[in-house]
Structures are given as structure tokens and as C-alpha cells.
Design a protein around this ligand. Sequence first.
Ligand code: NDP
Length: 862
Amino acid sequence: MTSKQPTARPALDWEYAPAPESAAIGRLRERYQMYIGGRFVDGRGDDVKSINPATEEPLAAVSTAGIADVDDAVAAARTAYQQTWSRISAAERGKYLYRIARGIAERARELAVVETLDNGKPIRESRDVDVPTAAAHFFYHAGWADKLQHAGFGAAPAALGVAGQVIPWNFPLLMAAWKIAPALAAGNTVVIKPAETTPLSILVLAEIIADADLPPGVVNIITGAGDIGAALVNHPGIDKVAFTGSTDVGRQIQASLAGTGRKVTLELGGKAANIVFDDAPIDQAVEGIVNGIFFNQGHVCCAGSRLLVQESVADEVNEKLRARIVTLRLGDPMDKNTDVGAINSATQLATIRSLSDTGEAEGATRWTPPCPVPDRGFFFPPTVFTQVSQSMRIAREEIFGPVLSVLTFRTPDEAVAKANNTPYGLSAGVWTEKGSRILGMASALRAGVVWANTFNRFDPTAAFGGYKESGFGREGGRSGLGAYLDTDDDAPPRISRGAAAAPGDKVAVAAAELSDAAAVADAAEVLADAAGVATGGHRERSVAPDNSAQSGIGSTGHSAESAPDSSRRIAVAKTYKLYIGGAFPRSESGRTYQASGGADAAIKANVARGSRKDARDAVMAARKAFKPWSSSTAYNRGQVIYRIAEMLEGRRAQFVDLLGRSPDDGVTVDLAIDRLVHYAGWTDKLAAVFGGANPVAGPFFSFSTPEPTGVVAAIAPQADPLLGLVSVIAPIITSGNTTVVIASRNEPLAAVTLAEVLATSDLPGGVVNILTGDPAEIAPHLASHGDVNALDLTGADGALRTELERAAAGTVKRVYARSTGKDDAAQDFSRAPGTARMRAFLEIKTVWHPSGAVSLAGGTGY
Ligand code: NDP
């Protein structure tokens, strides 16, 4: 760069001398093999040449897998899981991870060179970000291996088995570390496939793993293209799938895994908003914008690719941004001065070009700095689009290149609306000096990571992952570890219903809730009196049901013994309607079906048969209720749920009667009441138990906090029509979600009567919407509905479950379904609840803020 001087003094030449790193440090070999069962082996596929995207020269030949190699790798991982990895002590496992971390640190310079040669990213980034962060992930997870019981997933969380992992080309070594380290720490073995264009650094990692003497088969690395990735994730020998890549492929994977019961996490694309307010420190914000979109050539899922600037400072920001971009150095990634390196592949370059051309064609104004672009290799200059509208493809689609779309806003609400106006939800940035605005924006933005006055910060302790179609599951921190553990903690010792029917059933419940044998005696002692009073009262009412309670529920009005006679009053027949938005509309279908309840099915009623339109209305009501319910205080939500429990208690006899007066029914109603009390008490503890401060490196404050997912569509279990229903609804709404639930088809009376309880409680209309009818008819509309964020498939089995899981993949919905092999436990609602049902519908949001002066470089001042 040459600075222009106003006087006649000779201009100073600030041009940097080239400072290339030596490619020889990478010690590249001519050919690389795959790593299976602790040996470097040839695959059955054809060799491919990995090329240097900065020169288009071949770097090395790489052997690739055939389908049979996937079988071999999965078999090696299974054997290692069964014979060694699950048998050695957790502390020893940790030491292996520690060895790998040390190995990465020792070969850091070599790894950085290999990464830059193979990927095209600037050596400065490989050296300062990718490699050290990869080592840090192994160090961090080494420490977890023997502390899993403290991770918040129950007393003895178990490994899942064999993890099948597929990673992309943008951070090859770092993504490998994000995947392998938590899997191993949790006790799983791994088969991992890198992207076809960037296999080299993970094959160097294989050498480090071999040098660490990791038992054979614990980590297996197979190379190849998407077909091998597909074979891996669909392999029947895999217990857990972890994928990072495009949303399209993520959707395909979710759909193909429907019905398998396999645990899956998806880290997909993004279209992050980087929001600059007029009170922001503009110079630092400009650095953050540059870092947000040009780091790694914009090949970053969380890249700040949409800049939202407050209108009053838009000109200033644009001007300063352009002045800064002009100084960026594009070129040889091996040069330590380079800021913007090579695009990873010819295909990706074509994608970026084509989407950028669309931007111009749709009317946006394109600007690039006058920077020379090398003749060879895949390069794309930093590009800024202004005059962008939200409907343009460059504002909606992930470009995955150094292309920034600039939009403006006037008010914070407009900024939030625009930022959230995307199917993605991976990350966001906020630039402002106002602390309260930072926290307000952080909570309003539907994104898994929010950086305030900084951008693109990563740390192994801080959870990272998306909302909405950016995928589900987290990587890093406690939540990331949970993705590799069997965290289904809903199966402590069972309460015997028969035994609990005797006075003292609350003792059994309380003891089971404590889930500790030693606590049973204590619980009995503490609750003895209360049990006598409470259950005695209940039993009395249940033995002598109050028939007046039946008058409103379509009862025939006579008991089995009473013979019909001409003087008998015929009860008014009742048709139960749906419960939507706090009101009781008829089904749009106009159809009903007959349901019965009570002893000998004496109670008969017509129940609405919900339709597609009803499902849509219910989703609209649930969406409308979401904002107020999720932003009400945890204390208030707790109070509302306690109140529902109180009201249910008040109508206990009616529900016992409805259910049929078997000895179990009193217990079931009691358990349903107590379940509500249990979850009411959770509302104000979720943040403390599932969130926390992250001790990240550097001068930053970072915390992770749970947030509700949104609208959850649920299918209540067919059996256990009250307790099952309450056990499904309560954990969903506890954290602020709203729900549309399809009641038990054959026994809907408890649900429709519960709707009456809800309608007269303090629960705002729309938080819980209850549909009756055939789940097979209604549920597919909910599973494919764009405004439903998650599914609870507790009551869906077999073909219906598979169909719904497949439909959920269309918009990457989170799905809670019973774990394979544990069906009985998960369906036995008399068991004390764990936390899995609540966690299924929580998003973990991580918020970052510099601690000290607002500065990207340091931030050590005050
Ligand atoms: P993909 O999602 O296709 O690739 C990611 C990984 O998945 C690669 O290892 C790939 O193999 C593998 N893969 C491809 N198809 C399947 C499949 N059906 N089943 C299992 N694994 C599969 O991303 P692309 O590389 O094609 O990039 C396309 C676009 O995706 C980019 O332009 C960008 O927008 C986005 N992307 C987003 C990423 C993110 O982190 N959010 C990361 C990468 C891309 P192989 O590459 O060898 O074919």
C-alpha cells in the first residue's frame, strides 16, 4: 500500500516483504493410507489426488474407501469398544486423550502447514486458531473422561457405542477434534470421514493417534466422498451419528435415520446477522465485521454474512469498512501476511461466483477492493453488497465465501426481526456499548451463539451449535459431551402401582423421586403423616365418587347396578371439542368419534376428530403464545404449573372415575398431580442446572444458558391417558415451550377433561393445545409443519414413528422418541422422571462478551 502525502515529501513504501512459511515443514508424503483397526491400510476405492487450492498442484495421493472398508472400520470400532475402550478405566481413557493433545501441540507447526496447503486457509489462521484450538479440545475432554458423573446427566451416564462422524472441508483438523475428543472422553469408539478435498491433516492426526498407542480400532479414519459418508451414517453397526456440513445433506441424513432410534447431532449451515448499533465502537465493530466474514475466506458456518447496520451510522460504517477491506491482503495462503487465502475447491468457487452474480442480477450493488487476484488457484476477492433486500438470495442463502450482504435497520425490534428472518439460527453478533441492550438482544436472537462486541470466538468449554435449520445438538462444553452419552435418565427404580395403591403411595413416589434406596426409609418417615392424611382423603373420595362430577362429562348418569327406569334422568349428552388457543372450537372436519371411560365404560361421549386445519390452527395458537410464555418469568411459569396441580387435585375424584376406578387409577391421578408439582419446581432451576459460565481462554466473559425450542408437537401415549399426557406436556412447557398435543385416541376423555382444567387455570391460552382424533391422520401435518420446531413422539410407534421422523427432517426438527431397547422404561410413567424430556426441548445459547475494554485484539483495559 502506498500512502498519499499532501506535501511533496517522498511517499513511504509500507509494502510488506513476503514471509512465506516453508512447505517442507509439512513433510508431505507422496501417498496417504486410511487408518483402520490401528493400521494404515489401503482402501478398496480409487486413489484420489488432494490438490493445493492455491496453486491447483497435486499435493499427495490418498487411498479411498470402498463400501467394504466402511464395514471393516465399523467392525474394528465395535471390537475396540467391546474389548478395550469400554473396559479400561475412565482415568486411563483421559490419559490417552491427553497424549493426543500433546501430540498435536508437538507437531503444531507441521499440522498448520499441512492444513494450509490442503485447505487454502491463511497459515496465520491454521497456526493461531485451527491447530491450537484442536489441541485444546483434546486437553479439555481429557479432563472429562473420569468426571462424567459430574456432567449433569445423571449418576452414571454411559457411552453410546460406536460413533459414525462426517466432517466438512472448512476446518478439517479442528472439526476432527470437535468430533473425536468428546466421543472418546465419553467412552465411545469412532469411525470418521473427512471431506474428500481435505483429508491430509486428519491423516497426520492418525499418525499422532498411532504414536499415542491408542488401542487399535478406537479411532478409525476412512476417506472418500459423499457416498462413503452416506454408507457410514446409515451403517447398522453405528450407534450415534454426528455430522457437520450443509443443511441439505443434514436433512438427508436425518430422513435416512428416521425410525432407527439412533442418536444424531447435526451442525449445519448459517446466515448469521452481525448487528451494529449507532452507539457501537465503530472502529472495533469494523474489525469484527471483517473478522466475521473474511476469516477463513468466509468458509465458516457461523460467518457474519449479513451485516445489519443502524441507518444513522450506515454511511460511516460502510466507508470505514471499505477503507479497512482495501488493506486486506489476498494471495498465497502460506505467506504469514496473507489475510484472505484460497477458496477450497473449484466447485466452491463456482458456487460463490454464481450466487454473487445472482446478487447483482437481483439489483444489489456489488463492490470489491482493487486487489490483484492470483492467476492460478481458486481465489475470490472480498466482496460487499449494498442495497440488499431481505428477499434476495444473497441475503437468504449460505454463500460460504468472502461475500458480505449489508442491510440496514432503524430500531432494535427491526434488527431482531430481520436477524431472525432466516430458517437458520447458528450465530449472531451484536455491537453496542449498552450492556442491557446486549443482553436483551442476546435473548431475542434465535441463534445458538451470540457474540457481543466480538465475533468468531471458539473455546472447548463453550457450547456451539444451532437453532432451527442450523441443526441440533451442541459441540463443546457439557452439552457437547452429552451428545455422546446415553443421557436418558428417566429410568430410576420403578414404583409399584399395586403397592402404591395402599395408604402411603406418596411415600413410594417421594422415595422414587429421590431414586436412592437409602432415602426410601427417610422418605417414609418424613412423609408418613402426610401420606395418611392425603391418601386417606383421596381414597375416601374415590370410593364414593360424586356423581354430580359426571354430569358434565357425558356420563350415562347411572351406575352398573342401577336398572334403568322411567323416572331416571338422562344426562345431557356432551360432545367434546378441541382445545385450541384457550378456547374450545369444534373440529373443522365436523367429524366426531365415540369414546368411553369410567367403570365398565359407562361414560360415553363424542369426541372431535381433529383434522389438518385444526392442526394448523393449533400451531398458530401455540406460536402466538410462545413469546409471552417463554418470556414470562421462571417464577411465574412455576406458579402457573403449581396451580394446574392444585386444580387437578381438586378434581381428583372426577379423574379417578373417568379412568375407570381400577385400584391403579387413584395412584395414577396422584402421580399426575405430583408430576406437575415436580416440573413446576424445575422452572427456576433450569438455567443453573443446564447452563453456566464458561471459563474460556482470553479476556472474555462467556456463559451458556438454556432456552425453549419453540412450538413442540407431541403425541401422547395411547395407554396411561392422564399420567402419560401430563408427563409429556409438563416437561415441554416448563422451560417456556408451547405445545400442540394429540391425546390418546382410544382414551381421550382424561385429556379433554384436563383441557377444562387448563382453561380455568392461570395457563395462558395457546400454551397447551389439545387435539383429539387419530394421530396417524393428524400428526403428519404437524411433523411437516414449518412452524413446528420439535416433535415428541412418545405415543408414536413403528411405521408412524418412522414416517414422522422422516417428515421432521424437512425442517430439521428436533425429535424426542423413545430410545431403542428401552421402550418399556420410557413408557412406564410411574417411574420418577429424569431430565431427558426437558433437555430434549432446550436449546443451549452461548453468549460471549469481551471482559474489559471493547477490543478484538486484547481487551485487557477497563
Ligand atoms: P456437504 O454437506 O456436502 O459435505 C460435508 C461432508 O459430508 C463431507 O465430508 C461430504 O463428503 C459429506 N457428505 C456429502 N454427502 C453426504 C451424504 N449424503 N451422506 C453423508 N455424508 C455426505 O458440503 P459441501 O462440501 O458439498 O458444501 C456445500 C455447501 O454446504 C457449501 O457451499 C456451504 O454452503 C455448506 N457447508 C456448510 C458447512 C458448515 O459447517 N455449516 C460445511 C461445509 C459446507 P465429500 O465432501 O467428500 O463429498
